[in-house]
Design a protein around this ligand. Structure first.
Ligand SMILES: [Mg+2]
Length: 349
């Protein structure tokens, strides 16, 4: 077994503003897992909320994990050890995704087939961040023209308050009239309980499909006030990281958003899917700032998921990897052995 790391700067077409701040260009760590003449590809997107805010921290933690002796262990065993060692989930995800790619390549199967999942059939959302109405007016055609996009995820929870949210959303409604797109909203925890009650009604009246993370992480006990008369389905993102979090909030939500960087990779994501289903919850799969490598891994399990937000690679200029394209609105991975994502050779430095 030999593991190599490649640091790559991801340049964004548009910076992404959410309730907590703006994210511009970022660097990700790509992981090449070589064994028996086969290379598996993984990707880690550092994140402060994921306990490793820089590439250096991700790499340090991964080297620590690898040195603990993981060579002949299963992804499930490695995940347990990583959890005990307090390895950041975004770092673990880089290795876990690479090992699953390797396993599927070794079996000569696309990863979704190895896992017994169908190909994805649900169109992905494409995200528009918090912006002024003027920017929204310019941005929406840039996002949608010439694409087969069928859903737009609108970030709300503006630090400037509900009027700013409403002004932005009104422009979104105006700008999407000429497109056939569904709308859903992610507040990224930017509202208090009363704001959330008010905004969910306001957005339901305007045809929104569902709301994601209305309340700030840590305020989950307030969900019991939102849930009973909710006009829109409620999904948790920041409030739900691992399968073990699901029973805590299952009574007061409709579904959970899975992210490979948040949970530690494909291994834990599979547990979340199973656990969510056992509580009759819907599932969503999303992403951080990621290229086609980790998006391909997420797409490989997305055939088992209800709502899809696998779009961060469309906001890269350029995407340093290949493996996922949009076909009839669906983010679909290449049909080759493995998850399909590969870092382009010119980045092997
Ligand atoms: Mg979210």
């Amino acid at each position: 077994m030999e593991i190599k790391f490649y640091k790559v700067l991801l340049k964004k077409r548009f910076p992404l503003a959410i309730s907590r701040g703006v994210r511009g260009d970022s660097s990700n760590l790509f992981v090449a897992y070589h064994r028996e003449g086969i290379t598996g590809w993984g990707e880690a997107a550092p994140g402060k909320n994921e306990n490793a805010g820089t590439i250096a921290e991700v790499k340090k933690q991964l080297i620590q994990l690898i040195k603990s002796g993981i060579e002949n262990l299963s992804p499930q065993e490695i995940t347990l050890i990583a959890r005990e060692m307090k390895i950041a989930p975004c770092a673990l995800a880089g290795l876990d995704i690479a090992i699953w790619d390797w396993k599927a390549k070794k079996a000569n199967l696309p990863l979704h087939r190895l896992l017994n999942f169908p190909l994805p059939t649900v169109p992905t959302s494409v995200t528009i961040g918090i912006n002024t109405p003027e920017v929204v007016k310019q941005r929406i055609p840039l996002l949608l023209d010439g694409t087969s996009t069928k859903a737009l995820k609108v970030k709300l929870g503006s630090p400037e308050g509900l009027d700013a949210d409403k002004d932005m959303f009104a422009q979104v409604l105006e700008s999407v009239k000429k497109y056939d797109v569904k709308l859903r909203v992610d507040a990224n925890g930017g509202w208090n309980t009363l704001d959330a009650i008010h905004m969910m009604k306001w957005l339901a009246e305007r045809g929104v499909d569902y709301i994601e993370q209305p309340l700030e992480e840590g305020q989950e006990s307030e969900l019991k006030y939102l849930f009973p008369n909710r006009p829109l389905p409620i999904f948790l993102d920041e409030s739900c990281r691992y399968a073990d979090d699901i029973p805590k909030w299952a009574e007061h939500v409709d579904g959970v958003n899975i992210k490979l960087m948040k949970c530690g990779g494909v291994t834990e994501a599979l547990k979340i899917i199973e656990k969510a289903k056992s509580f009759s919850l819907k599932t969503m799969i999303g992403c951080m700032s990621e290229s086609s490598v980790s998006i391909a891994a997420a797409a490989s399990i997305s055939g088992a998921i209800d709502h899809i937000d696998l779009d961060s690679h469309y906001n890269l200029a350029p995407d340093p990897a290949t493996g996922v394209r949009m076909s009839d609105g669906i983010s679909i991975q290449d049909q080759v052995p493995g998850h399909g994502g590969v870092l382009k050779e010119k980045y092997y430095a």
